[in-house]
Design a protein around this ligand. Structure first.
Ligand code: DAH
Length: 348
């Protein structure tokens, strides 16, 4: 082969090599093109071996051309590699991109928990009846949770609530409130009658969770204080609430009971909202559902907040929000409210 032929062979091979480098579509493809154009079996490598057969001058010229060819191919490879690198990075970023607009898809938007919805609805009904909404702390003192509610230390009625005490101050003086009734005391300390408040909130008891118990659950408390409030006002208010909240088919009844902070005291029942009084599994065939307790504010409770029981009268009630939510939706395990499985929560 003449040196002329050799040089044009090198130039052709280089041109062809650069074209193939530029045409490589991926980094992998580029790597194999690199082996083909610069590797041991590459055309240029064979040409280099042929240089030995040339005379010294021709070998120098051809050698220079060969070096330039290598440099040109290496430069083309480097260019193409950085282009393909950038492309691969952009592709990876696109794949890893988090679509943060997803939560704006109305079909997937979250909503309030069933218990929160129930509490909001209860508040709405009571506010519509002229009540205001009050709140109290979940960590309470013995005074508010028991003492001021006419449950002195060692009173057997303390056994009605399995109390969780907080390790703070003197033993058994600070606790997680076992009911929302302490808010009655706080409201009467803060405002003078007439009073009409409801106080929804979380309460705690030393209970093991099962299908009908949770150690943390929710109650809504009610308190009305004014002159000449009667048991008839209590019964009428609860009946008005019952029909407003559950609809006209559901009515209430009061059964004699005992609570230390009310006298007389009663259990507040409503017609079973599942069977409307016919008798079913939910109401244990009785036709009635027990919602909570109520009664006329005990004179000792008024005395604890410096209200004269000769002048002031009142009624109070308290019932469980969780149970109410479960009954309304026919859910038979209260633990569902805590497990937070979206497949359950999505249904409400
Ligand atoms: N605090 C009571 C409980 O947790 C419920 C209750 C009963 C509240 C009678 C009241 C009431 O306000 O008058 O068991």
């Amino acid at each position: 082969m003449s040196d002329r032929d050799l040089i044009s062979e090198i130039e052709d091979t280089t041109r062809d090599g650069v074209a193939r480098i530029t045409a490589a579509r991926t980094l992998d493809e580029l790597r194999s093109v690199e082996i083909e154009v610069l590797g041991k079996k590459a055309r240029l490598t064979t040409v280099k071996k042929a240089l030995g057969a040339l005379g010294p001058d021709q070998r120098r010229v051809a050698g220079q051309t060969l070096n330039e060819a290598r440099r040109a191919l290496e430069a083309a490879l480097a260019d193409r590699r950085s282009e393909l690198d950038a492309l691969a990075r952009a592709e990876r970023l696109e794949q890893e991109r988090l679509d943060l607009t997803e939560s704006r898809d109305p079909a997937r938007r979250g909503h309030h928990h069933l218990v929160t919805q129930t509490r909001d609805r209860l508040e709405d009904v009571f506010v519509g009846m002229g009540f205001t909404v009050a709140e109290g702390p979940e960590v309470e003192t013995d005074f508010y949770n028991f003492e001021a509610l006419n449950i002195p230390a060692a009173h057997p009625a303390r056994g009605m609530w399995d109390t969780l005490y907080v390790d703070l101050g003197e033993p058994e003086t600070v606790l997680l409130r076992t009911h929302t009734s302490p808010v009655q005391i706080r409201v009467m300390q803060a405002a003078s009658p007439p009073i009409a408040v409801v106080a929804p909130g979380r309460v705690y008891r030393r209970d093991t969770a099962d299908a009908s118990h949770l150690p943390v659950f929710h109650q809504i408390e009610g308190l009305v204080v004014d002159r000449e409030v009667t048991f008839g006002d209590l019964a009428g208010t609860l009946e008005a609430f019952t029909t407003a909240y559950f609809g006209g088919a559901i009515h209430s009844r009061l059964r004699p009971s005992y609570f230390p902070f009310t006298e007389p005291s009663a259990e507040y029942d409503i017609n079973c909202i599942i069977c409307e009084g016919q008798g079913c599994r939910t109401c244990g065939q009785t036709g009635w559902l027990e919602l909570g307790g109520c009664g006329m504010v005990h004179p000792n409770v008024f005395r604890a907040v410096d209200l004269d029981p000769e002048e002031w009268t009142g009624f109070a009630f308290g019932f469980g929000i969780d149970r109410l939510a479960l009954m309304r939706h026919g859910v038979d395990d209260i633990r569902e409210l805590m497990i937070n499985d979206v497949r359950f929560l999505e249904q409400f």
